[in-house]
Write a new protein. Structure first.
Length: 232
């Protein structure tokens, strides 16, 4: 066979392989995790995160001012983490991971376990939601906290809340030790129903996760930004 024949056969084989290869449009690759971490860091450090927090809290404050006076027993429900307390130092230390177990030695250049971090009670207040909380208290709106933190963190959590200004609320609901729920909504929605059964109207429910807000039992929901982690 002439050399031109070999070239022709080779070209046909290459074209066939290309025809059978998946095109870029057929790929189903999710967003790159490294790129997502860089974007989340830039979002926080640029100040846009704080501006977005303030925008959502301002909307909630406007709704509260309008709706609370029209209700006999108005109530406001808050989540805790990334809603009223910021875990940014441990998020940064853990490089956007979320290990629950393990120690948290702040003197060491090492990741922290979130359970141990929570026991330190060092979270700072998220300023816009602290302002919303203060407006609610001034307007005689009853405040409740519903958190996915376990009951064994109650002392540290109450101390942390009080230390940054959340000093007046009706009740802090926490997950019973050892209990597990498929979704945070499976724990939080029934508790909001219990609050309603006590005669309150939950005029607003504020959280940073969709699962904080799912399941009803609130007139209006307000979701704060949180690109740092997801709670089912």
């Amino acid at each position: 066979m002439k050399r031109s024949g070999f070239w022709a056969i080779g070209l046909l084989l290459v074209l066939a392989a290309c025809a059978n290869a998946p095109s870029s449009g057929a790929l189903r690759q999710p967003a790159n995790v490294g790129d997502a971490k860089i974007a989340a860091l830039n979002y926080k450090t640029s100040g846009q995160y704080d501006r977005d927090l303030a925008a959502v809290a301002s909307d909630a404050q406007g709704w509260l001012a309008k709706r609370a006076p029209a209700v006999a027993r108005p109530a406001l429900v808050f989540d805790i983490d990334e809603t009223v307390l910021s875990n940014w130092p441990v998020i940064l230390r853990d490089d956007f991971g979320r290990p629950i177990a393990g120690p948290c030695d702040l003197a060491a250049d090492a990741p922290c376990g979130w359970a141990a971090w929570d026991q330190l009670g060092m979270d700072e207040a998220i300023a816009p939601t602290l302002a919303l909380y203060r407006s609610a208290v001034a307007a005689k709106v009853t405040v409740f906290f519903i958190t996915g933190r376990p009951e064994n963190q109650r002392t540290a959590t109450e101390r942390n809340l009080a230390g940054v200004g959340f000093t007046s609320y009706s009740r802090l609901y926490m997950v019973p030790n050892g209990a597990h729920f498929p979704s945070a909504a499976d724990f939080k929605a029934p508790i909001r129903a219990q609050i309603e059964q006590q005669g309150y109207t939950i005029v607003a429910n504020v959280g940073d996760q969709p699962s904080d807000l799912a399941g009803g039992h609130a007139e209006k929901t307000f979701q704060l930004p949180n690109p740092f982690y997801r709670v089912p």
